[in-house]
Design a protein around this ligand. Structure first.
Ligand SMILES: [Zn+2]
Length: 415
């Protein structure tokens, strides 16, 4: 299976996203490098050739390849979902129903909902049980065409439960053919045990959790929720500093609920700053000069019923690198569907369908620093590919709540 040579041919629209391996900005996001009547040849897990069907068909390896006719199909790089929280056990139905009825955050917490219910769930299960939930999420994501996923811990919020969450992510990723990039989000919120002494929790994250995660290679990134009610910029800086000192890379949840100045965070060269609903004009100008990706998560705004969405237009038009991700999580964004995120990005953030595709593939790969391997269809890159039952790529964002993904290849392996 792994080594088979496959030729996808007569593709109506082959979205190559070819170009330099640098983050796409502004007008570059609208150039998908589309080949009509295209073909893609893959073998040994990699893309071998990409081009017009007639030309690729003459490649020496094409003769013995398994041929798949892709007339009336769109073929694109597998989605890179660069922000997810899959390590939880239960949906948050109390939150859902209470919020619809107009309950406040405090009332939801009193009724037994909120993040505390997720923490209880994670603390109670075994690593193997938790891994099953993670694997189910990964499989759902794959069904929508996602081949690379960033997966955060962050519902254990004790040393043991965060380690368990990361081990569950590792276990699940070993059983999934796609690529998983693990992130430790021990600093999601201050756990109830530390409510009166949040600095003691920050110290534990810095002095125990991060060193152990680094030593056991359980995560590539450290993430912090820098927000009112979570961690202050100063506490966040301490955590990011500990990450750097232990050889881990950084990313930050920021500007979701309130405006936060980005300069103190950008010192740590985060791969991405995520949410960015309340980013200032001055910080947009700063970001446009950096390679830090602004990862927008509009499914969360949708699910919370907010009228307000992240300022995608302003970010893109000013040259900031923008990515899209699901933010898959039980509290604010219970969706595994990247096409749904594309739809929300177009209808509510006024991104063009082409910009949304770039943000969900190549720029997502940039947010995970994997653009040399993922995010575009070019010879030598991983054969991570989605085949969509549509004649035009704009249908990806058009069909709402519908899954038109027909086939998915992970490093050349079709599942
Ligand atoms: Zn998140």
């Amino acid at each position: 299976m792994n080594n088979r040579t496959v030729l996808l041919t007569h593709v109506s629209q082959l979205l190559t996203l070819r170009g330099e391996n640098v983050p796409r900005r502004g007008p570059q996001m609208r150039d998908l490098g589309i080949i009509s009547d295209g073909a893609l040849l893959m073998g040994d897990g990699k893309i071998v050739a990409v081009g017009i069907a007639d030309e690729v068909g003459r490649h020496e390896l094409a003769a013995n390849a398994e041929e798949i006719d892709c007339r009336n199909k769109v073929v694109l790089p597998g989605f890179v979902d660069s922000h997810t929280h899959p390590a939880f056990t239960s949906p948050r139905l109390i939150d859902f129903e209470k919020r619809i009825a107009g309950a406040s955050y405090e009332e939801i917490a009193e009724a037994g909902g909120g993040i505390r219910s997720s923490i209880r769930g994670v603390r109670e299960v075994t690593t193997e049980e938790l891994a099953k939930y993670v694997l189910r999420a990964l499989r759902e994501m794959a069904a929508f065409g996602t081949t690379t996923v960033e997966a955060k811990s962050g519902y254990g919020l004790s040393f043991e439960s965060e380690m368990k969450s990361l081990q569950a992510i590792r276990l699940a990723s070993e059983q999934w053919p796609g690529t998983v990039v693990p992130t430790v989000l021990g600093a999601h919120v201050v756990p109830p045990e530390y409510r009166d002494n949040p600095d003691a929790y920050v110290a534990m994250v810095c002095n125990q959790m991060i060193p152990t995660v680094a030593e056991q290679k359980l995560a590539s990134y450290v993430d912090v929720f820098c927000e009112r009610g979570a961690f202050t910029p100063e506490q966040s800086a301490r955590i990011l500093q500990a990450a750097i000192e232990h050889g881990l890379k950084t990313r930050v949840h920021v500007c979701q609920l309130t405006a936060t100045e980005l300069a103190p965070l950008l010192k740590f060269h985060p791969a991405s700053l995520d949410h960015m609903d309340f980013v200032s004009d001055a910080d947009i100008a700063t970001l446009a000069r950096s390679d830090t990706v602004a990862t927008l998560l509009p499914a969360a705004n949708y699910f919370l019923g907010l009228g307000r969405f992240p300022p995608a237009r302003k970010l893109i038009d000013n040259g900031v690198v923008v990515a899209l991700a699901t933010d898959y999580n039980p509290g604010t964004s219970p969706t595994s569907s990247m096409p749904f995120v594309l739809s929300v990005a177009c209808t509510h953030m006024k991104m063009s369908p082409a910009e949304a595709v770039s943000a969900a593939t190549f720029n997502g790969a940039c947010a995970l620093e994997l653009q040399h391997r993922k995010g575009s269809l070019e010879p030598g890159k991983d054969a991570d590919i989605a085949v969509i039952d549509a004649g035009d790529y704009r249908e990806l964002a058009y069909w709402l709540g519908v899954n038109r993904c027909e086939r998915v290849f992970f490093g050349g392996r079709e599942i």
